[in-house]
Design a protein around this ligand. Structure first.
Ligand SMILES: N[C@@H](CCC(=O)N[C@@H](CS)C(=O)NCC(=O)O)C(=O)O
Length: 220
C-alpha cells in the first residue's frame, strides 16, 4: 500500500517575537509538531531570511513546499494540517458582535504598536518624537480599553474553541515585561488573565528568549 509522508512543518520566526509565539502556541494547542526555524538577524534585508517574505517580516509557516507569511495566515495553514483543526479555532473573522469585532481590532493593533515602540525606543534607541509618543499612547489606550472590557469580551468567546483573541492578548501581555516594561498594576483584569492563561502547557513551553546564533563552524 502506498503511504504518503506528512509534509514537514516549520515555523520561521523568533522565540522573542510575540507574533511567532501565537503560531507556536496554536501548534501546541492543536497537537501539531511544528519546530521553530529561527531567524537570527532581524535586520537582514534579504527576503530569504524571512521565508521569502518581501515585507521582511516574520513569522512564516512552511508546510512542505507551501509557505504562508504573517501570523494569521500561518495559523490558518497550520490549523488545516489536522482534521477539524480550523473549526477548533475561533478566528477574528468569526466575531459578529461589534464588541468582539472591536476587541480583535484592538488586540491586533496593540501587537503592531508594540513592534513599533520596541523598534523605535529599544532596538534603534531613537529619542521620543511626536510619532513615537502617539504610538505609545495608542498602545496604552488599547491596554486600558482591553482591561475595561475583557470580562465582557471573553464572555462572548466560545469556551470550547481556541480563541485567537486569547492567544494574541496573552502573547502581547507577556511580551511587555520582556521588551517594553509597562506598569500594569492598574490593569488587574489583564494581569489576572495573563496569570491564568500562562498556566497552559502551550504557554509554559514557549517562554520568550532570544535565539542564540549557532557558534561559527571551526575551520579545519
Ligand atoms: N502582520 C504581521 C506582523 C509581523 C511583525 O511585525 N513581525 C515583527 C517581529 S514580532 C517583525 O518582523 N519585525 C521586523 C521589522 O519590522 O522589521 C504578522 O501578523 O505576522
Amino acid at each position: 500500500m502506498h503511504r504518503t509522508e506528512p509534509p514537514t512543518i516549520r515555523i520561521v520566526g523568533r522565540q522573542s517575537s510575540h507574533y511567532t509565539r501565537v503560531v507556536r502556541m496554536l501548534a501546541l494547542e492543536l497537537g501539531i509538531d511544528a519546530p521553530l526555524a529561527p531567524v537570527f538577524d532581524l535586520m537582514s534585508t534579504d527576503p530569504a531570511t524571512y521565508a521569502g517574505n518581501p515585507a521582511l517580516k516574520l513569522p512564516a509557516l512552511r508546510v512542505g513546499d507551501d509557505t504562508a507569511w504573517g501570523s494569521r495566515n500561518a495559523c490558518r495553514l497550520l490549523a488545516r494540517q489536522v482534521e477539524g483543526g480550523e473549526v477548533r479555532v475561533f478566528w477574528p473573522e468569526d466575531a459578529r458582535a461589534p464588541l468582539l469585532m472591536n476587541a480583535h481590532e484592538i488586540v491586533a493593533h496593540a501587537m503592531a504598536a508594540q513592534v513599533e515602540v520596541v523598534f523605535h525606543e529599544i532596538v534603534s534607541k531613537r529619542p521620543p518624537d511626536a510619532t513615537s509618543r502617539k504610538r505609545r499612547e495608542s498602545l496604552l489606550g488599547c491596554l486600558t480599553w482591553l482591561n475595561a472590557h475583557l470580562d465582557s469580551i471573553r464572555a462572548q468567546l466560545p469556551v470550547e474553541r481556541i480563541a485567537m483573541f486569547d492567544l494574541m492578548l496573552f502573547c502581547l501581555l507577556e511580551h511587555l515585561p520582556f521588551r517594553n516594561p509597562i506598569d500594569l498594576s492598574n490593569m488587574p483584569v489583564l494581569t489576572a488573565f495573563a496569570t491564568t492563561y500562562g498556566a497552559r502547557a502551550s504557554a509554559q513551553a514557549t517562554p520568550y528568549r532570544f535565539d542564540a546564533p549557532p557558534p561559527e563552524a571551526t575551520q579545519a
